[in-house]
Design a protein around this ligand. Structure first.
Ligand code: HEC
Ligand code: HEC
Length: 307
């Protein structure tokens, strides 16, 4: 379903009009600008919300440019860069070698300044006890008819070097399969265990930690919309990096309306406590309304229950 279905839930004709007007997920038509991240004080956060007052927009822009100023802040008309057609026709199931070559191609395009990256300080990784300092992300998206390819070039504000991660969605099979990897000096290394703690349902929508900590807010919105419109997919866990124990499944109906096996998004478990605490506290989830105090209390009790 297009994202319009929940932004405009209940407005049937409005939703159809919106889907037609934006003409598909990779279009450059204006997507709704991402609402600024402001804690709603639910008490769900385990650590005080960070606002990073010393990290000015100027410092942010300078830190982002250390990746190579020519690679970022590029003019764009389409937020998703089109890849050449897949060499094998009628492919049913990409091989691991093909998945890895898409990951490397994404990095190559980024390094040559031929990607359209959005640059931000990511909310989910910056808040709580994960890094608790600005987490700098460049995210670029690519696709052709067989794959959606995502590249993340990342470091914390105090790291010196940038790390590279990728997600490839194989669109040639049902369900669509998501491959995760870190791009190391020896090439892509598939991973699963650590990524699943936040990536419960494939690529994550963009959420800048502060309104001014994003380079190109319209691009962030367009990429976020492309991600929200992704097909439902299944996580591929490599043998050496298996699915971790998940704890209890979230069964509160104000979340399972959308987050459920076979739902619009995949089911959530206690393992996903960190992104749940952040996205609910900052008012992004549920997407269409604020939780009532008694619902927050139910969610909090569930998060605190021993798995
Ligand atoms: C602590 C939570 C967390 C973990 C663990 C995590 N990610 Fe992410 N990842 C995110 C968030 C949040 C974003 C979106 C960032 C933003 O808003 O700028 C993201 C974005 C990405 C993107 C860009 C596409 C997208 O989803 O927006 C890729 C690629 C990616 N991550 C790969 C990985 C891989 C591979 C792993 C495991 C090795 C991993 N991530 C582990 C939170 C996480
Ligand atoms: C009306 C449908 C809807 C409801 C209700 C809803 N969500 Fe979501 N949720 C989404 C969509 C769509 C996304 C992906 C787009 C985004 O993050 O903006 C998402 C993303 C998330 C994510 C990131 C992982 C993912 O699936 O991409 C978490 C965590 C999350 N929601 C938690 C919750 C919690 C907790 C509740 C209940 C308090 C909730 N959501 C209620 C639709 C919903």
């Amino acid at each position: 379903m297009p994202r319009a279905s929940f932004w405009l839930s209940g407005w049937v004709s409005g939703a159809l009009f919106c889907a037609a007007a934006t003409g598909g997920s990779s279009s450059n038509q204006a997507a709704k600008i991402i609402a600024p991240a402001v804690s709603t004080g639910t008490g769900l956060l385990l650590e005080p919300a960070l606002t990073l007052p010393e990290f000015t927009r100027e410092k942010f822009a300078a830190a982002m440019a250390t990746v190579g100023a020519e690679k970022i802040r590029r003019p764009w008309t389409r937020s998703v860069v089109t890849l050449s057609p897949h060499p094998r026709t009628d492919v049913r199931g990409l091989t691991e070698a093909e998945v890895k070559s898409y990951m490397l191609e994404a990095k190559r395009l980024f390094d040559r300044g031929e990607a359209v990256p959005v640059s931000d300080v990511g909310l989910i990784s910056t808040q709580e006890d994960v890094v608790r300092k600005p987490m700098l992300n460049h995210i670029a998206v690519f696709s052709n008819s067989v794959a959606r390819v995502y590249l993340l070039v990342q470091k914390t504000s105090t790291d010196t070097g940038w790390s590279h991660f990728s997600i490839v969605q194989d669109l040639t099979v049902t369900p669509v399969l998501d491959y995760y990897a870190e791009l190391t000096a020896d090439g892509p290394r598939f991973e699963g265990t650590s990524c699943y703690k936040c990536h419960s349902s494939g690529p994550l929508a963009i959420h800048p930690a502060r309104e001014d900590l994003v380079l190109d807010a319209p691009l962030a919105a367009a990429i976020s919309q492309h991600i929200a419109d992704q097909p439902r997919s299944q996580f591929v866990f490599p043998k050496n990096s298996p699915k971790p124990p998940t704890g209890e499944k979230l069964a509160l109906k104000f979340c399972t309306r959308c987050h459920e096996d076979g739902g619009e998004r995949d089911a959530l478990y206690q393992l996903h406590a960190h992104p749940i605490r952040v996205l609910v506290d900052f008012g992004y989830m549920p997407p269409n309304r604020r939780l009532k105090p008694e619902e927050i209390a139910e969610l909090k009790a569930w998060l605190e229950r021993k798995p």
